[in-house]
Design a protein around this ligand. Structure first.
Ligand SMILES: Cc1ncc(COP(=O)(O)O)c(C=O)c1O
Length: 233
């Protein structure tokens, strides 16, 4: 939520208002489109401070809503990210160019050589390829379970993954594409918590919420760490 947002707004209102203050743009009811890739600064000093704030999080510009390059952030992206975070009930959101760019960024950010990952099957073909064909090239070991409502089936693949290396991610898609198979989100969170207690390393739980979206399913409220949605759906 940004400062002008009202925490009592219903999802229908969040979907059209969150993250945008009309007063910031001459009271335009709809946000103007920002057509730039680069941004101007008052001085070379300020440019340096803004870059330092972005890359190191330090200096006099840290925490301010500045931009340095549109791919990294721009006013419209800020608005969409704030709106998606509000709809998901998340602390923050990051927008990528596609759903698979999101899955790839999650995997590359959180998996290291020797780590294992557990995922639900069926899962979108691109995600399956990422986890079973691409990530093993970097030493990551994938393990799947097929009944996302059966604790024993999930725990079987979790034990194999723990024996193979530190288990860092549990990636689930529910309902799944294309069969609409369900995974019990709360059960997965419970299992991740138990792994954390037992090993000292709690795997992050990632939910692909593409098929229902945040208006019909709110995984963050069930305790998951990362929730992604492919907006093309
Ligand atoms: C469940 C699910 N997740 C992820 C993706 C990938 O999204 P994108 O096509 O935006 O890369 C898709 C695409 O169909 C999908 O159905």
């Amino acid at each position: 939520m940004t400062t002008h947002d009202d925490p009592t707004w219903h999802p229908e209102t969040l979907a059209v208002r969150a993250g945008y203050d009309p007063a910031s743009a001459g009271n335009s009811a709809k946000p103007p489109i920002t057509m730039t890739s680069t941004f101007a600064y008052k001085s070379a000093r300020q440019a340096k401070d803004i870059h330092e704030a972005y890359f190191s999080g330090t200096g006099p510009e840290a925490g301010k809503p500045n931009h340095i390059y549109a791919r990294l952030g721009h006013p419209n992206l800020d608005m969409v990210e704030a709106r998606l975070a509000a709809l998901d009930g998340a602390e923050a959101a990051a927008v990528f160019n596609s759903g698979m760019a999101t899955h790839s960024a999650i995997a590359l950010a959180h998996l290291r050589p020797g780590d294992s990952v557990v995922f639900s099957r069926p899962i979108y073909g691109g995600t399956n390829g990422l986890l079973t064909q691409f990530m093993p090239n970097f030493g990551v070991k994938p393990f799947a379970f097929t009944d996302g409502c059966d604790r024993a089936d999930i725990e079987r693949s979790v034990e194999l993954a723990l024996a193979a290396g530190p288990l860092k991610l549990i990636v689930i898609e529910t309902p799944a594409n294309p069969t609409a198979a369900m995974v019990d989100i709360a059960l997965i969170v419970e299992i991740a918590d138990a792994i954390g207690m037992r090993t000292g390393t709690r795997p992050l739980v990632v939910v692909d919420n593409t098929l229902l979206g945040p208006l019909m399913q709110r995984p963050i409220a069930l305790g998951v760490d990362l929730c992604m949605t492919s907006l093309t759906k």
